[in-house]
Design a protein around this ligand. Sequence first.
Ligand code: FO1
Length: 315
Amino acid sequence: MGFEKKVLCLSGGIGGAKLALGLYRTLKPSQLSILSNTGDDFEHFGLHISPDLDTVMYTLAGESNIEQGWGRANETWTFMEQMRRLGGNSWFNLGDGDLAIHMRRTQMLAEGKSLQAIANEFCHHLGVNATLLPMSNDPVRTRVTTGEGEDLMFQHYLVRDMAEHVVQSFNYVGAAEAQANPELLALLQDPDLEAIIICPSNPYVSIDPILAVPGVRDALKACQAPIVAVSPIVGGQAIKGPLAKMMSELQVPVKALSIAEYYDDLLAGFVLDTSDAELAADLQMPGLVTNTVMLSLQDRETLAQTVLEFTSGLR
Ligand code: FO1
């Protein structure tokens, strides 16, 4: 498909990581960088937890729990069982092996290492040869305004409270003061960067935190590489997670076109699922209609190849 140089994808957690894996297996691993959301990060049991960084890393390492989407395959849960027996917090499940990642990251942060340095070291040890780029090395925390009391920390909204609250708005605490990852800014100026893919992640809580970091959106827009988004809404539904519920609560029509409009001037093209083929005529930009539901590994690779071919036509 004519990509010999560099490709960047933007991803949140589970849904985005599927396409990131397809891209990782399609390209030479060293060609791919994944710009990751850190707005889901939080402190738990005194540990710094980066769910989206870890989900992408486990997925590319081939070590993720495919059914669950997050966490490790073949995980054991002795820690959580004992923590429950002791009356400890049990709403966020930390597997025994997963714990090592959080402890090691917390230790390295305490030693003054950056999220980027930590991601590089973890990817090296897990054999992931793509480049995982945290959107910033500074703290950004997604908060959800529900109109019921104070803003909710994202993991409280999503996991502890199972996305039951009605969302009114989101804010990304710390974003305004955060420095964009310098390695990202350098890549966006690299003439070898040939394509930028926004994976089918939740625009409000996975992609917007990335775009909220000062300079990122402008650097993406100024980049010579075309930007293409894959719709996370298929046939009026989200494949996984609370996106469709959020959109209806925000009075946004729950359809793929709403996502294309949301990203607006960032995009050179948009990818719709075959079930939404009739919407392609109303797209205000070049569109691709293809199967975007990634059930198998082959689906992930096929979608990646198809999206890359589409994007190369937009250069
Ligand atoms: N999601 C859940 O729904 N329940 C959990 O107990 C849970 C634990 C967990 C531990 C580590 C990790 O990296 C992710 C984890 N997730 C869990 C997923 C995570 O909360 C969300 O998928 C992302 O933040 C959204 O992209």
